[in-house]
Design a protein around this ligand. Sequence first.
Ligand code: SF4
Length: 503
Amino acid sequence: MSVLNHAAPSAASFTAAQAPRRSACPGLLRIVAARDGGICRIKLPGGVLSAAQAAAIAEASARYAAGVIEVTNRANLQVRGVRDGQEAALIAALVSVALGPVVPASGGVDAATLSASAALSASAASAASAASAADDVRNVMISPAAGRDPFALYDTTSLAAGLLTLLQSEARFAALSPKFAVLLDGGERLARLDHPHDVWLAATQVHDGVRFVFGLTGCPSMAANVAAVPVARANAFATGASHAGTLAAVLPSQVVQLVRALLLTFLDLAAADATRMRHLLATHSVDAVLQHAQTYVDFPLSRDASLADWHRSAPADAVLRLGAHAQRVVGTWHVGGQPPLGRLDAATLHGLAALARQQGNGTMRMTPWQSVLLPDIATDAVPAVLAGLNTLGLACDPAQPIAHLIACAGSTGCVKSLTDTKADALQLAARLPGGVDVHLSGCPRSCAAAHCAPYTLLAVAPGTYDLYRRGTSADFGECVAHRLTIEQAADMLEQLARSPLDA
Ligand code: SF4
C-alpha cells in the first residue's frame, strides 16, 4: 500500500472542540441527503485504496446503500443511495478499514463513536466533530501516476502524505472550507491541471536539483498545453480578477512548511465569510499574503519576478489514464479504464479489487477523470488486466466515446436536475464524434466538472439542452445553440468538430 495511507495516527491531536461544520458537501461522517438516498464521500489519500478497502466499500454499499459507487472529479469515491437508518453502520464499516481521517491513537474515537455522535457525551461528540473536520480538509491532489510516471521530476507521494498529516493534525485547519484544495504536481505526464486549487505547487528542474514553484488560486501555467482552460481562469476574464501566477520557488523539504504558512495566513487575514483563496486575494495583494506567510517560515519568502513567466515544460496528457503505459521501473505498467460516466456498481468494484490482487500490487488508484488505474502490472500480465477491465465494463481505449463523456447525477439523483443527464449521456455516446469531450449538466452548478469542458450541454428541460463551447468567456464558454435534443446535439457536435473554429 502507498505511503499515503500510512499517516501515523499518533501525529494527530484534536485538542480544540470544533463547532459542527455547516456544509452541504458530503463527507465520510456527514451523509448528505439526495433524491436517491444519502451520499457518503470517501476521501482517498492520493486517490489510492487497497483491494481490501475496495472490497469493503463494495460490500458496505450493497448492504447499507443502493450499491452505486461514483468516482469523483477529485479522485475520491462516494457511495450513493445510503438508506435511512443505515448511516451509522455504513460509516462504521468504512472507518473499520482505515478509510476515515487520522484520529488519535488513544483517547480518541472508534468507528462506532464516529458514526453515532448525536447520542454522545459532549467530549466524545467534540472528538467526532473534530474528526469530521479533519475528514473535510483532506484535499490534496496529486497525479494518479505519482511515483510511477517516467516523466515525473519528483515523487510527490511522501510530500502529499506530509501535507495530509499536517491538514488533519493542526486544529486551526478545521476552519478551512471543505472545498479548500491543494495541488502538488510532480511533473508527471498524467496530471490533471485544469482544476481550480487554492494553493498549487509544481516541480521544476533547476541546475542543482528540483524546486517547487507555487502560486495561489488556479493551477500551474501550461503554455505547452493551453487546451485546458480552468473554470476559475475563465471566470477571471469575466470578473476582472487577476490570476496570481507563479510566485516563487522552494526546496522540496520546505513544501510542507510553506503550505502550512499559506494556510495559516489565509486563516489570519481572510474575512469570516471568505472560503477560498481567491476571496482573500480580492482584499489583499499577493505580496501582503507572502509577507504575512513569512512570519511562519524560517526561509526567505518573497515574490521572484524571474518566475513570472514560468510554465510547465512538459504538457499533461489525460489520455494516459486509459490503457497500458510503461512506468518508471522497466517491465511495469499502469493500466487504466473509464467506468461509464464515473459509476461503478458493487460487483464491478469487487472485480477491480480481485484484478488488483491477482495481477497487480493489491492497490488501485482513482483518478480525477473519474477513472481507475491499476499500478505495477508486470508486462506479461497487461493483456489479462486490459481484458479484465473490459469485461468489467471499463473503457480502456480513448477511441471509445463513453470515455469522453461526463454527466452529473441528473434527475434520478438530484432534485435540481431538469433532466436525466446520465441516460441522455448514454444516448449521446452512440452518436458522439471521435475525440469530442462533452459534459452534460442538469443545472448550472456543474457538479460533474470543476473545469470548463470543451463542450457543455446544459439542461433547460427534460431531454433538452443549450450547447456551450469553451472559450475565454465565463463558466461554460460561449452558447452556440439553444434547446437541442440529444439527436440535434449530436448533429451539432459533429459539425463543430469538423469546423476550423474548433481546431
Ligand atoms: S449539476 Fe445541478 S442538477 Fe447536476 S447534480 Fe449538481 S446540483 Fe444536481
